[in-house]
Design a protein around this ligand. Structure first.
Ligand SMILES: [Zn+2]
Length: 401
């Protein structure tokens, strides 16, 4: 995610903080500042503790995802919460259920530790409200009893925050954890796309209720969060429909069969000429029909930027070697190929039939195919006759070969 920088790395997952997060720390610190230096320390510690719980929650999702072989790229902390960025979505509803529930379960585990501690140490009697503690921290005055009271207030705050995190995240609305749990339970009984549609509709209804509650009680933050939930539900639904369309097509039908290819004898000047005179951004470099490498427009630009003298070298100097090119089989669906691209973080893959090279497919090709397929499906749904086209007609089910 852009605008986020790394602060730590655990279990092979980067923990990043978005810059806007520091506005919150600043805002909260300023609020505490009216109560002196201790006030600042107190409020900033509260924010740190809150986001420690959010981070642990996200690691709950991430570690369970890793167990199912799903790569987790990073965890990003935003002012409104955390996000675990995964390489792909879980395929089985059971996996999605367990990944989604793992986050809130971490907060349950935190409560299971803190609540008994709170009770043992005195619980309700000694725990003052955060506001009262802030009052008592006015001026720098550190003594045992006020520190003790502050510690209790913090403990109470963290307990309250974890209860809120569980309650909020379990609202059955996308993209909250509760929405994913709901979708996965539905998906065990019906097709994935239908489950998503139902869950997204329920999520948007929940968001509207939340927004009304927020607006009528003057809690603007709640209304803002409801807006994000509403948008998130729509996006999730759209993504699932896209997946459905792409699942009906094999990549073997979608690669560019008339693409210009290069050979080992071509030089960079030749590649640059092709890039300037054609719309084709990616070129396969062949050695007697076998794939030797791939060179993309980005590779060429990078080469131009990094090479001090523009001596006209062979294309092999700047291309990605065959071993570095991600392969997919022609029988794979576009949906599966998209997942491979996300997982391997590449926008170009080479399509093979067994050991035979067929052509290249890029993320842009798939986006284009998706636009056409969506249009064709809509036409078919409206009862239009199938168009006379070389492109085979959309199928109901993905072919399994
Ligand atoms: Zn979560």
């Amino acid at each position: 995610m852009s605008g986020a920088f790394r602060i730590a790395r655990f279990f092979g997952i980067d923990l990043r903080v978005h810059w806007s997060f520091f506005f919150i720390v600043l805002l909260v610190g300023m609020q505490g500042a009216s109560h002196g230096a201790m006030g600042i320390l107190f409020t900033v510690t509260l924010v740190a503790l809150l986001f420690l719980c959010v981070t642990l929650h996200e690691f709950g999702h991430a570690l369970v995802a890793q167990r199912f072989g799903i790569p987790v790229r990073e965890i990003v902390l935003l002012p409104i919460g955390g996000v675990a960025v995964m390489g792909r979505m879980p395929e089985k509803p059971r996996q999605e259920l367990l990944i989604a529930i793992a986050g809130p379960l971490v907060n349950v585990a935190i409560l299971a530790v803190l609540v008994p501690v709170w009770f043992v140490l005195g619980g309700f009697e000694t725990s003052a409200a955060v506001g009262q503690i802030l009052e008592s921290t006015r001026g720098i005055r550190i003594d045992a009893s006020s520190l003790r009271a502050a510690a209790f207030a913090m403990l109470g705050f963290v307990i309250g925050a974890n209860v809120m995190l569980i309650a909020f995240n379990m609202i059955p609305a996308f993209p909250l954890d509760g929405g994913r749990v709901f979708r996965s339970i539905l998906a065990m009984r019906m097709p994935h796309a239908k489950a998503t549609r139902i869950a997204a509709t329920v999520g948007q209804a929940a968001a509207i209720v939340l927004a009304l509650v927020g607006l009528s009680t003057g809690q603007w933050m709640l209304a803002v969060i409801a807006f994000f939930i509403f948008m998130g539900a729509g996006a999730e639904s759209a993504a699932a429909q896209t997946g459905t369309v792409l699942a009906t097509r094999r990549v073997g039908d979608a690669y560019n069969k008339t693409a210009i290819t290069l050979t080992l004898e071509h030089r960079m000047s030749h590649v640059i000429e092709h890039i300037m005179t054609s719309y084709q951004p990616d070129f396969a470099v062949l050695n007697r029909g076998r794939l030797a490498g791939v060179i993309t427009r980005e590779d060429v630009l990078k080469w131009l930027a990094e090479t001090p003298s523009l001596y006209d070298v062979y294309v092999t100097e700047a291309m990605r070697e065959e071993q570095a090119v991600v392969r997919v089989q022609a029988t794979m669906t576009l949906d599966e190929v998209t997942k491979v691209m996300e997982e391997r973080q590449t926008r170009v893959v080479a399509v093979f039939e067994g050991e035979m090279y067929l052509g290249l497919v890029s993320a842009e090709d798939i986006a284009e195919a998706q636009a056409v397929l969506t249009f064709l499906n809509r036409r078919l749904a409206e009862g239009a006759p199938p168009p006379r086209t070389a492109w085979p007609m959309p199928m109901r089910e993905a072919p399994r070969v």
